[in-house]
Write a protein that binds this ligand. Structure first.
Ligand code: F6P
Length: 558
């Protein structure tokens, strides 16, 4: 590699740049006629099948991407992650979310300490606590069982658990386990979110779980205080109301205690778990076990672990997360497609895209290498998505005829639900999946002017009805959507994102970019308080912010 150390100066990167011209001479219409190419691009592991044949890539492209992975020392970096090296160097932390799903028998070390027993100590505590709450052994301050849970948290302390909860809500076995129970999330500091989360709940039967790695996040702490008041306003006359109705998940036991929560009712995790990678820690496992039972949630952990092992050991040619990561780098850095549409044909996966959006964009939205050198290529991916077929009636127009946006189509073979109508030829699920199969081909093949003419389309409409095709996608089929497969899906995307970051040479595990906005919000908060309590005029901001703030304060009457 050249002296600057940027991967973009490596031979492998330059070779891939040159290779773009060759790929530009092909069209997916032709690439898809090559059966042996297609066969080589369909990969399977533990029930998950991914068809990469609609990527704009050939065997030669794959070889060049593998050379790039060597140049980027991908294998070494994956290994370092699994053995607990402090690869998050700006925070001097290990990146060990994989240890959260390790079986009891495993040994994973961080700074010389085997963390697996620590993980299981917390998991055992969660099992015990969630069993007691679910069975009615742990009761509220007035002796009533706690049937409803409100989990307060934001970002990584919210999106992952919400994704898994949404995926399991309609699955018959987990739905049965959740009968007569509610799980709500409160994330936004917006009072509307508070009202929505508490609507219809009774303090006597509600357990509040405060989820915050740092226990300092402004939104979460304000919401926690608001909900504590909600609890004490109704139950304050009972001495142990807070300790019976509020528990916490945090790495910061000191602040948990200061908040008034009994440390006995705190569930720990560790600084080697990044917030956005924390759904397999108590952050997700506690609220989800309260709702669905601990045994169901261990299956979710097992699914993630299965992909962890595959990622750690499978040769790159068959390694699903590695292939996902390398091809996404190919799309973003070489073919000029910086976005990804995540399109599950499954309503239960409606929160997959928002979760992956955070994991990906907070991890890889960086402008410098891990050593602090300014990138001369763009890292990161713009992720968005919506379940099909809804998305088809929303933003697919742009994907078909506007910008080129690589798509991940995700289909489930056996739906969680079956709706059969006697006079219908296909079931709802089959109809859904017809669209899943059709969309990938529509993007790949498109429709030519010749085809349109042959159909008798008038000349003036030909440009409007032409689809260029040649738009990359991949199709993923999961057998079912159960806790185990939800875990697999999560780990696939987490590791895909790690692969991207390892190739781009960035630190995917810090998030300094979120800090500045927090600091500026705190300055505004100080001014707002000074204006409210001492009538002080707004000062120290630019003309625009001063005008906006003054308008706000005036109309609010502050
Ligand atoms: O602001 C971003 C962030 O720091 C995320 O990385 C994190 O998941 C979220 O805020 C919440 O942080 P905490 O769990 O410490 O409240």
């Amino acid at each position: 590699m050249a002296a600057t150390g940027l991967i973009s100066e490596s031979e492998a990167w330059i070779d891939l740049k040159d290779h773009v011209a060759e790929i530009n001479k092909t069209h997916l219409r032709e690439l898809l006629t090559d059966t042996s190419r297609c066969e080589g691009m369909i990969k399977e592991h533990d029930g998950i099948l991914i068809d990469f044949s609609r990527q704009r890539a050939t065997q030669k492209t794959m070889e060049k991407l593998f050379s790039l992975s060597k140049e980027a020392k991908l294998e070494e970096k994956i290994k370092k992650m699994f053995i607990g090296e402090h690869i998050n160097s700006t925070e001097d932390r290990a990146v060990l979310h994989v240890a959260l799903r390790a079986p009891r028998t495993e040994h994973i070390f961080e700074s010389g300490r085997d963390v697996v027993p620590d993980v299981w100590e917390v998991l055992d505590k969660i099992k015990d606590f969630s069993d007691r709450v679910r069975s009615g052994t742990w009761v509220g301050a007035t002796g009533k069982p706690l049937t409803d849970v409100v989990a307060i948290g934001i970002g990584g302390s919210f999106l992952g658990p919400l994704f898994v909860h949404t995926a399991l809500q309609t699955e018959p076995e987990t739905a049965k386990a959740a009968r007569n129970r509610k799980l709500r999330f409160l994330s936004n500091v917006d009072p509307i979110d508070v009202a929505r989360a508490l609507n219809g709940l009774k303090q006597e039967t509600t357990l509040v779980v405060i989820v915050s790695k740092t226990f300092t996040t402004a939104e979460t702490m304000l919401n926690a205080r608001t909900v504590r008041s909600w609890i004490t306003s109704a139950l304050g006359y009972v001495s142990n109301a807070v300790s019976k109705h509020m528990v916490a998940i945090s790495t910061n036991v000191k602040l948990v205690k200061e908040f008034g929560i009994d440390p006995e009712n705190a569930f720990a995790f560790w600084d080697w778990v990044g917030g956005r990678y924390s759904v397999c820690s108590a952050v997700g496992v506690l609220p989800l076990s309260l709702q669905y039972g601990f045994d169901n949630i261990t299956k979710f952990l097992e699914g993630a672990w299965s992909i962890d092992q595959h990622f750690r050991t499978a040769p790159f040619e068959n390694n699903l997360p590695v292939l996902l990561g390398l091809l996404s780098v190919w799309n973003a850095s070489f073919l000029g497609c910086p976005a990804l549409a995540i399109l599950p044909y499954c309503q239960a996966l409606q929160k997959l895209a928002p979760h992956i959006q955070q994991v990906s964009m907070e991890s890889n939205g960086k402008g410098v290498t891990i050593d602090g050198k300014v990138l001369d290529y763009e890292a990161g991916e713009i992720d968005f998505g919506e379940p099909g077929t809804n998305g088809q009636h929303s933003f697919y127009q742009l994907i078909h005829q506007g910008r080129v946006v690589p798509c991940d189509f995700i289909g489930i073979i056996k739906s969680q639900q079956s709706v059969f109508l006697r006079n219908e030829i296909v079931s709802n699920h089959d109809e859904l999946m017809c669209n899943f199969f059709a969309q990938a081909d529509a993007l790949a093949y498109g429709k030519t002017p010749e085809e349109l003419r042959a159909e008798g389309v008038p000349d003036y409409l030909i440009p409007h009805k032409t689809f260029t095709g040649n738009r990359p996608s991949l199709s993923m089929l999961l057998p079912t959507l159960k806790p185990y497969t939800v875990g697999q899906l999560l780990a696939l995307y987490e590791h895909r994102i790690a692969v991207q970051g390892f190739i781009w040479g960035i630190n995917s595990f810090d998030q300094w970019g979120v800090e500045l906005g927090k600091v500026l919000a705190s300055r505004v908060r100080t001014q707002m308080n000074a204006s409210r309590t001492k009538g002080k005029p707004v000062e120290g901001f630019n003309h625009s912010t001063t005008t906006l703030l003054n308008r706000y304060l005036k109309v609010r009457g502050l």
